[in-house]
Design a protein around this ligand. Structure first.
Ligand code: CMC
Length: 383
């Protein structure tokens, strides 16, 4: 592209930044054709099987899986930040009780940025552990407030267990903790989707980390990104029962050309590997009749979706079954995107640290002007 004053010659833009590469990364690699996802070289399935969320977060921040003493040290740095400051609790409690949970999380993160001014390179890792801890305190507080209960300070336990215990007063068992731990690992990072890109844009101005996370949360909110698990689950609720799947699909997807939520991906051209793990978890944790019914319905709809869209390389993505798992753990629909954000905070922070440490170039793209030529202002009474 050649720019001469106002004129742009040989112009081309990539709508949606499709196929534009904006950074080098050692964090996450995706093979969209084979349906593979790796964090720093480790297959996602392997990590879910063998690691805690904190181990994988450490891997993302430091580059290697921790030794036991390194993990203990990291965990204690995260834990000491579980409890959120009183002013942040008050901000949460001053939001409308039925307000959007993710927006309340966003406001809490923005509040934490009020005493931060710029990027502090030498404190990246320390900040990463702090933000991870704060995220647990904030999201559990948002849930309890939205659910009409007193905010409870989290206990000093492992992340998944501390989070569930801070959210619920009873009913937490080993299966639920394992499912939460797996979900947290699965959502940690996915290269540079919209939210991570938003965080990168903010970090490239050397804004502080809390502000960068706030920017990412705003970009996560929409149904084409983080909101998809909620949208997919709403679809299951609308269908009501497995017998209605065929007629619902014909009327809504085939006749009215609506999108099947939880299907399709910009990168995956086959099954999203995270979705396969979420499906296993959904099967394992479906205990009540209602949960079994939703699962059966979702599986029938999945089969129909793959039959109709598979040849266009549209397959279920991670958000198709994740809402079912969150619901089986005990969370209502309105928390799904916020739970995604709780985990993705790690990916955002790892990416922005990587960017600032290695590239540190202001992200400032251009737009090609296609509006009117120069003209004079006509005073308001003469228009
Ligand atoms: N249902 C039906 N048709 C679809 C779907 C779908 N879910 N997704 C894509 N298509 C069709 C689309 O109609 C278009 O067809 P045609 O070429 O005949 O016009 C073709 O596939 C390409 O669609 P596109 O919108 O150009 O593709 P994209 O790469 O921009 O779409 C997407 C990616 C995720 C926005 C899209 O698949 C979608 O809207 N899915 C539903 C929402 C969803 O599940 N989002 C979660 C994404 S994964 C989680 C994350 O990474 O955040």
């Amino acid at each position: 592209m050649i720019v001469t004053g106002r004129e742009v010659i040989n112009m081309s833009i990539s709508l949606g930044l499709e196929d534009v590469f904006i950074k080098y990364t050692s964090l996450t690699s995706i093979d969209g054709e084979k349906g593979e996802l790796r964090y720093r070289g480790y297959d996602i399935k392997d990590l879910v099987e063998h690691c805690s969320f904190e181990e994988v977060a450490y891997l993302m921040f430091y580059g290697e899986l921790p030794k036991r003493d390194e993990l203990e040290h990291f965990k204690s740095n995260v834990m000491k930040n579980y409890k959120i400051p009183e002013n942040v609790k008050n901000i949460i409690k001053n939001m409308p009780r039925d307000g959007d949970a993710l927006a309340i999380m966003e406001a809490a993160f923005a509040a934490l940025s009020t005493e931060e001014y710029t990027w502090e390179k030498e404190r990246d890792r320390e900040k990463a552990a702090e933000i991870m801890g704060r995220a647990l305190g904030i999201v559990s507080a948002v849930f309890r407030y939205r659910d009409g209960r007193e905010i409870k300070d989290p206990e000093n336990k492992g992340y998944a267990e501390a989070f569930l215990n801070a959210c619920f007063d009873s009913g937490i068992d080993e299966d639920k903790i394992k499912a939460m731990n797996a979900a947290l690992i699965l959502y940690i990072d996915h290269e540079v989707p919209a939210s991570t890109t938003a965080a990168l844009v903010a970090s490239s101005t050397l804004s502080d980390m809390y502000s960068c996370v706030t920017a990412a949360i705003a970009a996560l909110k929409g149904p084409l990104h983080g909101g998809a698990a909620e949208a997919a689950y709403k679809q299951f609720l609308a269908i009501k029962s497995p017998e209605n799947v065929d007629s619902w699909f014909n009327e809504n997807i085939l006749n009215n050309k609506k999108r099947l939520m939880g299907f399709g991906h910009r990168v995956y051209k086959t099954y999203d590997p995270r979705m396969l793990i979420f499906k296993e978890l959904a099967r394992k944790n479906a205990k009540t009749d209602e949960q079994k019914k939703i699962l059966e319905l979702a599986e029938r709809l999945e089969a129909l979706g793959v039959k109709n869209f598979g040849q266009k390389k549209i397959f279920p993505n991670t958000d198709y079954y994740s809402g079912i798992v969150f619901n089986e753990i005990g969370f209502p629909l309105y928390m799904f995107t916020t739970l995604f954000a709780l985990s993705r905070v790690v990916g955002w922070v790892a990416h922005i640290s990587e960017y600032v440490e290695s590239e540190e170039r202001l992200i400032r793209p251009r737009a090609i002007y296609i509006g009117p030529e120069k003209r004079d202002v006509v005073p308001i009474d003469k228009r």
